[in-house]
Every structure is written in C-alpha cells, then in structure tokens.
Unconditional design. Structure first.
Length: 235
C-alpha cells in the first residue's frame, strides 16, 4: 500500500542544495498560510539540522507566528545528544532567539503515557487550526518520522501518537511518533533527503516498494532530494 509520496518522488528532479531549497519552500508555505499563524512539525537527523540552520539564515518568516511541534522523538532525556528536541532547540529555536511556541514530546516516565500526553496536544490542533507543514526525513531503510516497517504503527488509523521501535535494532532507543492520520492531515508534507546512503531507499520507493515513507498520502507532497540520493555515488 503506497500513498501519494511515491508518485511525487517519481516526478522529482534533484536539487543542488537541499537546505537552501528547504528554506525557500518553507518561506513559500509560510506566505501562503490560510491563517494568522503557521503550524510546523519538525524532524531530526543531520539533514534536518542543516535545513534548520539554513532556514534561520535565509527563510523570510516572522518566526513569532510559527508554532513548532515534533513529528517523532527518541525516548531519551530532553538534553541527550540523540534527542530530536535538543537538535531543534539548538539549530532552530535558540538560534532564532525563540519562536511563537515549541511543544516537544515528553520522554520521562511511562512511554505509553508520554504518547497519550502528546496525543492530547494533537487532537485539538487537528480539530482547530490544523498543520501547515510537516517536515519529514527518509531513513536508509525507508522509514519516515519513527514509522518503521514491520510495526503496528503503520496500520494505526485512530491514534495520533504512538510508542514504537525499529524491530531490526538498527535504530536504537524506543520511539514516539505521530501516525499517518496526523501526517496526512497536514496541508503540505516536505521530505528532505541528502546523501548516497539514502539512494537505495529512494530507488525502492520509486520502484513501488511498500516502504513507510511511500505510504504518506498528504495532498501536497514535495521532495527535496540531492543528486547523490537520486543517482547514488557522490554528488
């Protein structure tokens, strides 16, 4: 079962500079927002960090109008080097001197309670202003957010945030992740993919394989993929 993401990827041409393209798309989506504020779901990883660095430098945005949420998180302390919220604080929130609001996922205590607590945040958001843009990455195994092949999270239709894990063990730590009902409710989804290590995942999605990232079905999907990820080898 694949969503609109695979079709959008097949129509994508490589970009020279993924972070700069991210800043440009973010600015465009901000300018076309239907409401007074802008709801942004963010990701983790080195490509995301580079994108946020460039957005701080180049995105022409009134950041006081931007409300930032996490799409997924590792169940580690908030300041752990592996925590997505630590990355987002360092490369975006603190680098800007603040945003409208930042709502990380709690990771202390019972993991199911943490998932339920974030779901309680998400439900009124989806029922109210909605999500303007969800920023997604792509793992070498084809996962996005923390939605991994072989897990029940891929079939979740009701819950908005779940606790999950990588059954292969390649990605450490228990995870918290929003589900497809959240991602697909966003007005736009933006994938950023960089490096030859992502080439096989890109190729598998383009070939029609049912990977987690391929299941994304948001109405408006944009892929920013560099030459190395599309063609393999160095850019």
């Amino acid at each position: 079962m694949t969503g609109r993401a695979a079709q959008a990827l097949r129509a994508t041409r490589p970009v020279d500079d993924v972070p700069s393209s991210f800043a440009a798309v973010l600015t465009a989506r901000f300018e076309s927002r239907p409401g007074a504020r802008f709801v942004l779901f963010v990701s983790g990883g080195s490509t995301a960090a580079a994108c946020y660095d460039r957005a701080v430098e180049r995105a022409e945005i009134d950041w006081s109008l931007v409300d930032v949420y996490l799409g997924d998180e590792r169940v580690v302390p908030p300041e752990d080097p592996d925590a997505n919220q630590a990355l987002v604080r360092h490369h975006l929130v603190e680098a800007l001197g603040g945003v409208g609001s930042f709502t990380p996922m709690a990771t202390e205590g019972d993991v199911e309670r943490c998932a339920n607590d974030y779901e309680a945040v998400l439900r009124p958001l989806l029922a109210g202003p909605g999500i303007d843009l969800v920023h997604l990455g792509l793992g070498p195994d084809g996962h996005t957010a923390s939605l991994f092949s072989g897990t029940e999270s891929l079939e979740e239709k009701e819950r908005l945030c779940v606790s999950t894990f990588d059954p292969t063990g390649r990605n450490p730590h228990r995870r918290l992740s929003v589900t497809y009902p959240v991602i697909d409710a966003a007005r736009s989804a933006l994938f950023t993919v960089s490096g030859a290590e992502k080439h096989q995942a890109v190729r598998r999605i383009m070939d029609g394989e049912d990977l987690p990232a391929a299941r994304v079905a948001t109405f408006d999907i944009r892929w920013l993929v560099d030459e190395a990820a599309v063609r393999g080898g160095s850019a």
